[in-house]
Design a protein around this ligand. Sequence first.
Ligand code: TYM
Length: 324
Amino acid sequence: MTRRKRTLSGIKPTGQPHLGNYLGMLKPALALQATHDTHYFIADYHALTTEHDPRVLRESSYELVATFAALGMDFDAHTFFRQSDVAEVTELAWILSCVTSMGLLERAHAFKDKRARNEEITHGLFSYPVLMAADILIYDADEVPVGQDQKQHLEMTRDIAQRFNHIFGETFVIPEARIEEAVATVPGLDGRKMSKSYGNQIPLFCTEQQLRKAVMRVVTDSRGVEEPKDPDTCNVFQIFRHFAPPARQAEWAARYRAGGMGYGEIKQATFEAINAEIQGYRARYFAIRDDTAALDAILAKGASKARVVAREVLRRARHRVGFA
Ligand code: TYM
């Protein structure tokens, strides 16, 4: 029997996950459980590059365990863990950093954006892509389901892996990014990429009232009810389309173009569509969220499974470079 392809992905515990995380990564990644051997993790080492409040890191990590549980991660058949529970990855990051050029890292969007804004840049932020390469390579991942914004990181991972393999001989699997083209980048309330750092997110799990309120805050233009409108440039429609089947999307797009439809109506329809999809998950989320003993048990099991793979790959890399 051929081995199932292995997927791996991570998400930072820097506050509640939002609809961008859900559509860009969580939903497609969890669907791959049916066909792949999946490895998903809480990227808390990466979160530390920006989050220096230990309570936020701890609470957000629990929120993520509960989120994966609610969305149907099978913790027995697959592997779910906290990045910092498998410290081997930091050793591999060091090894990889010794074959990674400064020039490569200087091209990273996150680094360039911060530098352009004259913000303080820590060494951790600068070397973020190296740790991310280590995350992926240490689990021999074939495919990495991510949103569009992670594409450059995946290209860097491939570059770093190829460089290492070229110098030391075939060691690492060269991974592929797996980006849901139909989703690409989910816009936030103001039309920019939905992101916690812009404060424009719609949380995945909050009360129904909070969800409705958030959807009502999506920014629209000032066209009056009677005027024809453009669904393709409307932030509300760009969220709606992810939660509505094609026939309903076409129906609402026609109503936009015909005029006579107010933005309040499509916002209400969008809220209802999101709510219909996530209400079952939300109930499961709130049922487990405060059971920290159960969440800790999930993490402990995942850590021991992940360590087995990580140690083996690290051993291979250490041997290649001449450590043992
Ligand atoms: P993070 O925590 O920023 O986001 C987690 C996932 O959500 C996706 N995403 C989006 N997708 C579509 N539209 C949006 N508005 C949107 N916002 C976020 C992201 O693309 C991501 O897939 N560097 C990673 C974490 C990480 C990682 C890894 C991922 C660390 N190591 C190894 C893959 C493999 C990050 O910051 O994701």
